[in-house]
Write a protein that binds this ligand. Structure first.
Ligand code: PAF
Length: 278
């Protein structure tokens, strides 16, 4: 497995991989890798493409009140995990490579980016869309793999790639869960042992609501019951909503392609999750 830290190193390595393998697959990450990332890398490797993982903690997607310095970092562990998963190349640019002085262009996604995380974290999706467009341009992959765990991010990036006619396919990969249902996330490590014990209640409450929605219930009552049970368990629920999957527009009852999405704070950790209905 090679590691590239500069653009000339990346260009040389991707050219050699393309000559040898044909297709390139990209797995963009911010490091602190867990089994969810591993699933992305394994899906990319299984596609037969040479797999490039990027590790870059992107300052542009963190708000002023969000602690960028607190984001977990584990370069040695990440490189070992990527090597073990069959990754061919790791792209680890510095901030000065991604955002050189004089840079004057960002991407401002609208539509699916506007609500939910877009409201809770102003500017977040501008940061995500901008860094993904840069990574796509740098690596020139044929496909890029994104987890369904960050459902709204997946929709925003998919829409951006289509709107800008970017010559790559965005491939979604199912959320990987702990055995008790908690969705894997780099931020789970900040839960105390006691909070970690309660954290699976989020997915359990969503699953209970999904069962009623699948049976044709209007969304209001099952969602109110789920919010209430989470609040009683000490969660600070930011949102719990039934939406049209691609557009993220709220809908009153289950429909094809709908998604249940949630964000709730437990202590200092903001948990995000989503699931289909039925
Ligand atoms: O999901 C993430 O880790 C990040 O938002 C991404 C896609 C790597 C962009 O920085």
């Amino acid at each position: 497995m090679q590691v590239a830290r500069t653009l000339p190193e990346l260009r040389a390595a991707t050219a050699a991989l393309r000559a040898r393998h044909g297709a390139l697959a990209l797995v963009p990450t911010m490091g602190a890798l867990h089994a969810g990332h591993r699933a992305l890398v394994l899906a990319a490797v299984a596609s037969g493409a040479a797999t490039v993982a990027s590790i870059f903690v992107n300052p542009l997607q963190f708000g002023a009140n969000e602690d960028l310095s607190r984001y977990p970092r584990d370069e040695d562990g990440d490189l070992a995990a990527l090597r073990a998963s069959g990754c061919a190349l790791v792209w680890m640019p510095g901030v000065e490579t991604m955002y050189p002085p004089g840079g004057a262009t960002t991407i401002e996604p609208t539509g699916a980016a506007e609500n939910w995380e877009g409201m809770a974290r102003p500017g977040h999706f501008r940061g995500v869309a901008t860094v993904c467009a840069k990574l796509f341009g740098q690596v020139r992959a044929d496909r890029a793999y994104f987890g369904e765990k960050d459902w709204q991010q997946l929709q925003v990036v998919t829409r951006m790639a289509a709107d800008l006619h970017l010559p790559l396919e965005i491939v979604p990969v199912e959320t990987v869960r702990e055995s008790d249902g908690l969705a894997m996330s780099s931020r789970n490590r900040f839960l105390s042992a006691e909070e970690r014990g309660r954290a699976p209640l989020l997915y359990a409450a969503m699953t209970a609501a999904a069962t009623e929605l699948a049976a044709g219930a209007d969304a209001a009552a099952p969602l109110a019951a789920a919010r209430q049970s989470l609040t009683a368990a000490g969660f600070d629920v930011d949102y719990l909503a039934l939406v049209d999957g691609p557009s993220l527009r709220e809908i009153p009852r289950a429909a094809p392609d709908c998604r249940l999405i949630a964000a709730a704070r437990l202590g200092t950790v903001r948990l995000l999750d989503n699931r289909g209905i039925g």
